[in-house]
Design a protein around this ligand. Structure first.
Ligand SMILES: Nc1nc2c(ncn2[C@@H]2O[C@H](COP(=O)(O)OP(=O)(O)OP(=O)(O)O)[C@@H](O)[C@H]2O)c(=O)[nH]1
Length: 200
């Protein structure tokens, strides 16, 4: 019998090393409801026993979290996933990483519980479908066994996290059918998008 995955089995990793070009200022330090976006995402993952923020040295300090750069620093989110998987495996052996960007300020622990409960034996990714019905690379769970594939793709020069091969070996849930509140996965990658979330 397979034992279901729980949030307590996950290694939390927040990608926080981007350029925030569309936002215009560092979006991790933007606020919603009086709280930094980085802190809000971190709060959704607070139950995870291992917690890592991938960001350039000295950019942020987050109590209870390890903050360090990824191995291929500044090379984009796929390089962040590679380091996330390596770090998780070094900490706890084979297992699942809960991966988020800093720009999902409405995430709650329930989102991660839903993903953990949906993990299927033998699959390597579990996430949500976007409004365009394509898999969204974050927030999502990735298994450490994906790392050789991620490394091989990075070595070809590819840097995007949205990869068809990531979606192929995974479970991708319709968020509303999975019981999530509408809008909970909203992405605040511009000031207007963040403003639209004010009051939620
Ligand atoms: N650690 C790490 N995180 C990254 C990197 N690039 C993007 N991110 C993070 O990944 C998430 C999604 O990033 P994007 O919104 O696509 O990129 P961005 O650079 O932050 O923003 P834009 O410049 O507007 O594209 C955000 O939380 C970023 O902080 C990177 O090279 N390293």
């Amino acid at each position: 019998m397979t034992v279901p995955i729980q949030v307590l089995d996950l290694t939390a990793v927040i990608l926080a090393g981007g350029q925030s070009r569309r936002f215009g200022t560092d979006k991790a330090l933007a606020q919603l409801g009086g709280q930094l976006l980085l802190e809000r995402v971190a709060a959704s993952l607070a139950e995870c026993p291992r917690r890592l923020v991938l960001a350039p040295p000295g950019r942020y300090a987050l109590p209870g979290w390890t903050v360090q750069p990824e191995r291929r620093q500044g090379e984009g989110p796929l390089a962040g996933l590679e380091t996330a998987l390596a770090w998780a495996e070094a900490q706890a052996g084979p297992g699942w990483v809960a991966l988020s960007g800093v720009d999902y300020p409405l995430l709650t622990p329930v989102v991660w519980q839903v993903l953990a409960a949906a993990v299927q034996p033998g699959e390597l990714a579990t996430g949500f479908l976007g409004t365009d019905t394509r898999p969204e690379p974050m927030p999502a769970l990735y298994h450490t066994a994906l790392r050789p594939r991620v490394t091989a793709v990075l070595d070809t020069g590819e840097r995007r996290l949205r990869q068809p091969w990531l979606a192929d070996g995974g479970t991708w849930l319709d968020p509303l059918a999975a019981g999530l509140l509408p809008g909970i996965l909203a992405d605040a990658d511009t000031p207007a998008a963040l403003q639209a979330l004010d009051g939620q």
